[in-house]
Ligand binder design. Structure first.
Ligand code: NAI
Ligand code: OAA
Length: 276
């Protein structure tokens, strides 16, 4: 007797907005093959340079303007400077498609994007990125979480250029000992450290929100790894966890960030899915 075979579903067409440290690594992984996904296009600021960076791919894809990505794709991975998030996200969500967001901090100043996703049955996916344990935080949030704290320690060059430092006259270029440069909420960090602390916002969105998630940031001249330590107190569990990230080509961004995106893409259509 013949088994009834179902047609193989069409792969998800994936586009990448921003071809920097995260975007290029994700493009290479898609080109090498992530089951259920197909790289169809990228957007970059310097399109000829991006085309050169993509020359090594087995299946080169077009380099487009941000505004031209949506019609080509079912899912767009946003891995561009935070200020571009609304431009990248709006057409994707208006068409009920999926958007994977790395610039998670920028979601706080664009809450309309979540509403847009709701209205048009699209979805914003924030991967765990450079962090860990968002599965446990999200599970604990189904019960009652009393407190979430994070302490981030980064080498000086992982923090240089953050707007908070200039606004508060903090000069870390020549420090010789660890210096606490910030204590506040995830929402405040998203504004002052928009290219350095997306992880704090991702943590807050998984847990108790950006106004109750507390954060300290230290600049440490002796450090080589971007280090995030989290403690959670909830009615279901108490846990603490630390990740020490090897910086990527971009010293602000841990290498594991792109790998987290790749794992999240793989999970979208995997026959066995592990973790919340
Ligand atoms: N959620 C998380 O865990 C993490 C999030 N991030 C965030 O992810 C984003 C990407 O990070 P990286 O790849 O390290 O940054 P990057 O600076 O290496 O890459 C960003 C790319 O976007 C490009 N770009 C600039 N203007 C553009 C335009 N108009 N159109 C298309 N592309 C444009 C830049 O040329 C650059 O190649 C950043 O916002 C970063 O803060 C970074 C690390 C962890
Ligand atoms: O890679 C990291 O350590 C985290 C990071 O840059 C971010 O959250 O934006």
């Amino acid at each position: 007797m013949n088994a009834i075979t179902q047609p193989r579903p069409r792969p998800l067409r994936v586009a990448i907005a921003g071809l920097g440290a995260v975007g290029l690594r994700v493009a290479e992984a898609l080109d090498a093959g992530i089951p259920g996904c197909e790289l169809v296009a990228v957007a970059a600021r310097d399109r000829p340079a991006a085309a050169r960076r993509l020359q090594g791919l087995r299946y080169p894809v077009p380099v487009l303007e941000i505004g031209d990505l949506e019609p080509q794709a079912d899912l767009v991975v946003e891995c561009a400077p935070a200020a571009l998030l609304p431009r990248i996200a709006t057409p994707v969500l208006q068409h009920g498609k999926k958007l994977m967001v790395l610039s998670a901090g920028a979601l706080l100043s664009a809450p309309q994007l979540v509403e847009l996703a709701r209205q048009h049955h699209g979805q914003i996916i924030v991967p765990t990125g450079a962090l860990l344990g968002l599965d446990a935080v999200a599970a604990a949030a189904e019960g009652q979480i009393h407190a979430v704290r994070m302490v981030t320690r980064k080498p000086v060059k992982g923090l240089l250029g953050a707007p908070y430092l200039a606004e508060h006259g903090i000069d870390i270029a020549a420090i010789t000992a660890p210096l606490r440069i910030f204590e506040g909420t995830a929402r405040e960090a998203a504004i002052g450290f928009s290219a350095n602390l997306n992880v704090a916002v991702a943590l807050s969105l998984a847990g108790i929100g950006p106004d109750r998630t507390r954060l300290e940031i230290w600049a440490d001249p002796a450090l080589t790894l971007n280090t995030h330590s989290i403690t959670v107190e909830a009615d279901s569990a108490r846990f603490s966890m630390t990740i020490e990230n090897v910086p990527s080509d971009n010293p602000k961004t841990g290498r594991i960030t792109a790998l987290s995106v790749i794992a999240a893409l793989r999970k979208l259509s995997a026959p066995l899915r592990v973790g919340t």
